[in-house]
Design a protein around this ligand. Structure first.
Ligand SMILES: Nc1ncnc2c1ncn2[C@@H]1O[C@H](COP(=O)(O)OP(=O)(O)OP(=O)(O)O)[C@@H](O)[C@H]1O
Ligand SMILES: [Mg+2]
Length: 266
């Protein structure tokens, strides 16, 4: 089905939450894998100097010659920075620690907030025929995350099902509001997804109730359970969908992909 609201290429989604360890990278990797399993062509942009998404998708450090740093700051062909992964239809722009200096190097650059926006909209991008681009953001509201928010059509927010989960959200929403005023007025919130959910734990249920009563339909129906297979998969350089295809974690990310696809009609 053609999507008239998205005439020029892939839907770009930034996976962001400035709180560390809430499941941004896990969600980027596994949602991407689930979208690919559903027949979509997906690019993951690793925008975190920690490079966890790159490792989790099997790009070893010595295979990261050209990275997000070059994508943002150098004039380099997309064929060199976009790497094919072992999974058909799943691509990645990897990251290394080099990216940690980008924040400072960008300060004097007039287009500093728009570098990722422009990089992802080069006409050479069309050749990859992507349906989705997922940007794995660092745990900060720095210039890299602002680049992701300016580049993206929407933000997907992983929310860890634990105490204080909702506390950081107001700061994130404030930043989203500022980005809407300064460079991306159409930026939407794709949704909030509860991660590391434990049904036996009252706290998880309380966070879910709070999130649903405060944020309503913005919260995805799908909840990602805490599942040890999900946390083991990256050390085998695989999404959980291939590491343990019948695990609860794999099923949950499949359900999330289905919900996303149905919300977007893409
Ligand atoms: N559903 C899950 N079940 C079990 N463990 C999980 C699950 N999701 C994430 N984890 C684990 O929690 C930790 C943090 O997850 P992840 O790295 O995805 O968070 P992050 O938000 O990207 O962190 P950072 O802010 O450092 O980038 C990791 O060790 C990961 O394996
Ligand atoms: Mg991460």
């Amino acid at each position: 089905m053609s999507d008239l609201s998205r005439p020029q290429g892939p839907k770009i989604i930034a996976v962001a939450n400035q709180k560390g360890g809430v499941g941004k990278t896990t969600t980027s990797i596994n949602l991407a894998a689930a979208l690919v399993e559903a027949g979509k062509r997906v690019l993951v942009v690793d925008l975190d100097p920690q490079g966890n998404a790159s490792t989790g998708l099997g790009v070893e450090s010595d295979a990261r010659e050209f990275t997000t740093y070059e994508l943002l700051l150098e004039d380099i062909s997309l064929d060199e920075v976009i790497q094919e992964t072992d999974f058909d239809g799943l691509y990645i722009v990897p990251a290394t620690i080099d990216l940690s200096s980008a924040d400072i190097e960008l300060i004097s650059n007039e287009k500093r907030s728009f570098l990722l926006h422009d990089a992802l909209r080069q006409t050479a991008m069309d050749a990859f025929a992507l349906d989705y681009i997922l940007i794995d953001c660092p745990p900060s509201l720095n210039l890299l995350t602002v680049n992701a928010m300016i580049a993206a059509h929407s933000i997907l927010v992983p929310l860890q099902s634990e105490f204080f989960a909702l506390e950081g959200l107001s700061q994130l929403m404030l930043t989203i509001r500022e980005v809407r005023q300064s460079g991306n007025k159409d930026l939407r919130i794709e949704g909030v997804v509860l991660t590391m959910y434990d049904r036996r734990n009252n706290l998880s249920q309380q966070v879910e109730n709070d999130a649903r009563s405060n944020l309503g339909d913005l919260v995805f129906k799908t909840v990602i359970p805490r599942n040890v297979r999900v946390s083991e998969a990256p050390s085998f350089a695989m999404p959980v969908l291939t590491y343990d295809t019948s695990s609860k974690g794999a099923s949950a990310y499949r359900a999330l992909a289905k919900e996303l696809i149905s919300n977007n009609s893409i």
